[in-house]
Ligand binder design. Structure first.
Ligand SMILES: [Zn+2]
Ligand SMILES: [Zn+2]
Length: 461
């Protein structure tokens, strides 16, 4: 079976923790010299006319009693178990990813037996389920270190290769790109890192005091592709903390998104792409951009928009970074206390901004209430709103740390697979790192919707 060329590009991005658990279960289910199979069930997300991403919603590794036959020459699941699987997940409109291993450590190729069975399988799926689910198949070597994926058409006639990634960020590498002189002094981080930064598509929600510094700094590190979301215009009270913002811009009623766009455009004469959406995060256009970006960064000063960003990140399984600062007066000695916080929840759940108490659901609920109620609550002193204290230098520590985190993820010197939550405290000058083990919340309403089914046996059916 030759892999056809196709105008459409297919992507399968599985979160690192989910992939690790899946692989561990696959390896546990196997005796020496046996092949083993497992399934993911995915939602389809059309990113553009020519890009389709499959988002894993559940996975299963069948135990040995689910097989009729398991040997070096092949695998057959019992009929009962197989129909149970398909009925449970495909009725829900999900698509099938079927992964099997070949014996040995060589880079595996699909065999002619694989071609035959998969072709029949793809045809069977579209004939028997009205949602016409697609079949994606993967073949791996026995240690699951090397493998490849392909997607079948509904007739089982042709298949196309699928881009697979199990890292936190799934960035497409355009290797033809030449390196630019302006990044000479960052060469120490590697050419690939620079190219990936150049390719990365960041969606920034909140273009205020933290967001603008973040965009400028990450822009100068090499990120050229941006979507900026913020409904506000520049005001005089913003000028204490937005680099390069002028009185004239305020008089001309600049949108904050256009101000941040001007910062990026100053860095790149050509080659940058900045999409501005002067609307709130729940605007349909903003939602679509957030769902298709490589990385979501939320730097707003309210809890509701951060909650909405986290919900979208979970639904579309997009990486999320949350940036925030807080200033108050310590009542015991009447001196100011300052905090900045950088939070990266693990991709695909485990814990999130809500169950990790990074944001307050109570405040988010108040913020979502109609304006009249909002004003009433505000007068009663329950809500910190636009008048939250903020200074440029504290915002800069927060934004710069956020940029460092992105750099670390792309370059590979920072592992965020289980998430991070860092809090800097000034003037104590202390960095607190939350132990993310304690943030894990298996029954979170928001982030535990994934059917991490792990292993199933016939007896469970
Ligand atoms: Zn095979
Ligand atoms: Zn959660």
């Amino acid at each position: 079976m030759t892999h056809q060329n196709n105008l459409v590009e297919y992507f399968l991005h599985i979160p690192p923790k989910m992939w690790q658990e899946f692989c561990n279960n696959m390896l546990d289910c196997r005796n020496f010299n046996e092949e083993v199979i497992g399934f993911f069930f995915c939602k389809r997300h059309q990113i553009s006319k020519i890009k389709i991403r499959y988002i894993p919603k559940a996975w299963i590794v069948p135990l040995q009693d689910c097989y009729e036959m398991q040997s070096t020459s092949g695998l057959v699941l019992t009929q009962k178990f197989h129909s149970y699987l398909l009925e449970k997940y495909l009725q829900a409109g999900l698509h099938v990813v079927h992964i099997h291993t070949h014996v040995g450590e060589m880079a595996p190729e699909f065999s002619s037996v694989d071609d035959y069975y998969e072709s029949e399988y793809a045809l069977f799926l579209s004939k028997h389920f009205s949602q016409k689910p697609r079949l994606i198949s993967g073949v791996f070597n026995q240690s699951l270190q090397q493998g490849q994926f392909r997607i079948w058409d509904r007739k089982g006639k042709n298949c196309y290769s699928v881009n697979f990634s199990h890292s936190f960020l799934d960035i497409h590498k355009n290797l033809e790109q030449h390196s630019e002189i302006m990044f000479t002094r960052q060469k120490i981080f590697g050419e690939i890192c620079q190219k990936q930064l150049n390719q990365l598509r960041v969606c920034l929600i909140g273009c205020g005091g933290i967001g603008s510094v973040f965009a400028e700094s990450l822009g100068r590190l090499g990120v050229k592709n941006w979507t900026l979301v913020d409904p506000d215009q520049l005001e005089l009270v913003n000028l204490n903390r937005m680099s390069g913002a002028t009185h004239k811009m305020v008089e001309q009623h600049w949108n904050k998104v256009d101000y941040v766009k001007s910062l990026i455009k100053k860095i790149y004469q050509t080659g940058s792409c900045v999409n501005t959406i002067p609307a709130p995060i729940n605007h349909e256009m903003a939602k679509a951009e957030i769902a298709t970006s490589d990385l979501i960064v939320v730097a707003t000063d309210n809890h509701l928009s951060r909650k909405q960003a986290q919900e979208l990140a979970l639904e579309y399984m997009r990486p999320l970074i949350c940036l925030g600062t807080h200033i108050d007066i310590n009542p015991t000695n009447n001196t100011p206390r300052m905090f900045c916080r950088v939070t990266v929840p693990p991709l695909g759940g485990g814990w999130c901004l809500m169950c990790g108490n990074i944001i307050s659901l109570q405040k988010a609920a108040v913020e979502s209430a109609p304006i009249q109620i909002n004003q009433m609550v505000h007068r009663a002193g329950y809500l910190e709103g636009v008048n939250d204290p903020a200074v440029f230098w504290l915002n800069s520590i927060c934004a710069s740390t956020g940029v460092g985190v992105v750099h670390g993820i792309v370059s590979g010197f920072l592992n965020v697979d289980t998430g991070i939550d860092w809090i800097y405290e000034f003037p104590n000058s202390t960095w607190h790192q939350t132990d993310t083990k304690y943030l894990e919340t298996p029954d979170c309403y928001f982030c535990s919707q994934f059917d991490g089914l792990e292993v199933e046996t016939e007896a469970d059916i």
